[in-house]
Design a binder for this molecule. Sequence first.
Ligand SMILES: [Fe+2]
Ligand SMILES: [Fe+2]
Length: 250
Amino acid sequence: MMAISQDTFKANTAYVMRDPDVGQSAQEFMDEQIEFTLQHRATTHPFLETYAKNGLPKEASKVLYLETLHYFKYLPFYVCGISTITRDEAMLRAIAFNARDELGQLKSHADIYHEFLLKKGISEEEITHYQCLPGTRALNDGIRALYSTPPLQKAMGALFADEAMSASMVSKYNDGLIREGLSERDRGFWTLHMQVEVGHSNAIFNVMEKHLQTQQERQTFIEGIHQYLHLMEMYWDGIAAKIKGMAHHG
Ligand SMILES: [Fe+2]
Ligand SMILES: [Fe+2]
């Protein structure tokens, strides 16, 4: 099991490395926020931890990955919403880089995820007709609003939490899939993201300093982090409850 820690983000093997010129105060502040995010219940949710250890039976696993589809599906569109609330080119570059990564050269991450679902034995029909949980819809609506509404610091706090949380989350999905017996090739979507999420986080880290000068700006950034993690916690609570219900009713 690959554990994500503070050090993962500082490694010089990271997909995007941290800019050593970011000042110490901003660096320490953002490191504290990463630590907070990694320890938050949204990131260490008991359902996800148990999944990483044991995997899930077929039908329950299907629910998990169809909910996850609805969580991921439109993220790059939402991330681009941030471009409408900033006039900082460095920030726009970080956002565009993130979205460009998601879209790929020929295949988008959404395409790769779709192939993953098919390889996992989930049919086109099931993919098309699946209705996601209210918590998952609230996560989508919440992220879309956070990323397209000023102040910029709040949107960026949410995205910063998203990337740090994801870096940890994807390795737990991957561990659960190993338990379920999926081959390394069929887990490609997940191993790819174990590399890129830390880089996405660092890309934001590198452009935030000039927007985190005052206590007020930092407090607004923290608010974005809290709101994002709250939405994520509700997402996991919803999935956990649905899958628990399936076990009780056959
Ligand atoms: Fe992605
Ligand atoms: Fe990302």
